[in-house]
Design a protein around this ligand. Structure first.
Ligand code: HEC
Length: 276
């Protein structure tokens, strides 16, 4: 396949999923103003798995998913991927939620690399890099939900987290019916994930450290885009996600179904008091 054609297709795809297109210059010059119109949720999906969205150019290096460097909580080794918890070898000692760089500086760092980060400018264009930087900034400034709104690290819990207190499973059931059931089914069993291991209920009872991010930003390369209602502030988005996660702790209403992963047992710390 000709590489010029792949780049063209990739540009088309970027424009299609990035919301309103820029009327200005998108050549990538340093003097170009920061694009205000890129979609930070799209940036979140690129952070999750850029290669599922933007095809790799021929001969380009296979850089890591950014989530492998910083974790689903964006905290690097200070968070879920740190030595005390999941202990992921690819994680970097950079906590993006407390990083002092401006959004433009974050974008340039992503582009040029440094401090263990590869140069994503090798594989991503300026609009993609802007979107990722805006996603990081929106989460750290709490314009988008933060991981701490939904779950808290716990060394003793399976998968090293517990859902936060204060969620309302009844409200979450309603949100689920409105926002998720059309694709995942009334009981969350319509789609299986991770090679058949989990229904949605099974997944969210065991992997909210990842699931919170999917609900916020969407699942790259699938029909699932960002889910949180657009009129909510970051903390409210977090509560919305927590309510849904609490609802999905009901093993009868959202069963494991045909998922092959073992169901969580009574007293499991992840769902805690929400577990039914
Ligand atoms: C437009 C359809 C659609 C809607 C609406 C939707 N999803 Fe999804 N969702 C999908 C698809 C498709 C996948 C990817 C399945 C796969 O792995 O092939 C997915 C994946 C996921 C995953 C990721 C699982 C993994 O493998 O990492 C989670 C978690 C999830 N959805 C939760 C939700 C929740 C909660 C809602 C409602 C707030 C929701 N989804 C709304 C279609 C949808």
């Amino acid at each position: 396949m000709k590489s010029s054609r792949m780049v063209f297709v990739s540009l088309l795809l970027s424009c299609a999923s990035a919301g309103p297109t820029s009327s200005g210059n998108t050549s990538g010059s340093d003097a170009r103003p920061f694009s205000p119109e890129v979609n930070p949720f799209w940036g979140g999906r690129l952070f999750d798995k850029w290669a599922a969205i933007t095809p790799t150019k021929l001969g380009a290096p296979a850089h890591e998913r950014l989530k492998n460097l910083f974790g689903w909580d964006l905290r690097g080794t200070a968070g879920h991927y740190g030595a005390k918890y999941a202990n992921k070898k690819t994680a970097l000692p950079v906590n993006l939620l407390e990083d002092p760089r401006s959004t433009a500086e974050l974008r340039n760092w992503l582009r040029d690399g440094g401090d263990g980060l590869p140069a994503y400018g090798d594989v991503l264009g300026p609009r993609e890099l802007d979107a990722i930087a805006q996603f990081i900034d929106a989460v750290r400034s709490h314009r988008l939900a933060q991981p701490g709104d939904v779950w808290t690290l716990d060394e003793k819990a399976p998968n090293f987290y517990r859902l936060d207190a204060g969620g309302d499973a009844k409200r979450g059931r309603r949100y689920y019916a409105e926002a998720c059931a059309s694709c995942h089914g009334d009981d969350g069993t319509l789609l299986l994930f991770d090679g058949g291991e989990y229904t949605l209920g099974g997944f969210m009872r065991q992997k909210v450290y990842e699931g919170w991010f999917k609900v916020l930003a969407g699942h790259p390369g699938s029909s699932m885009e960002e889910q949180v209602p657009k009129d909510l502030g970051g903390a409210e988005q977090g509560r919305w996600i927590l309510d849904i996660a609490a609802a999905l702790c009901d093993r009868a209403a959202f069963p494991r179904g045909a998922g092959t992963a073992v169901e969580v047992g009574d007293g499991d710390l992840r769902c805690g008091g929400y577990l039914k």
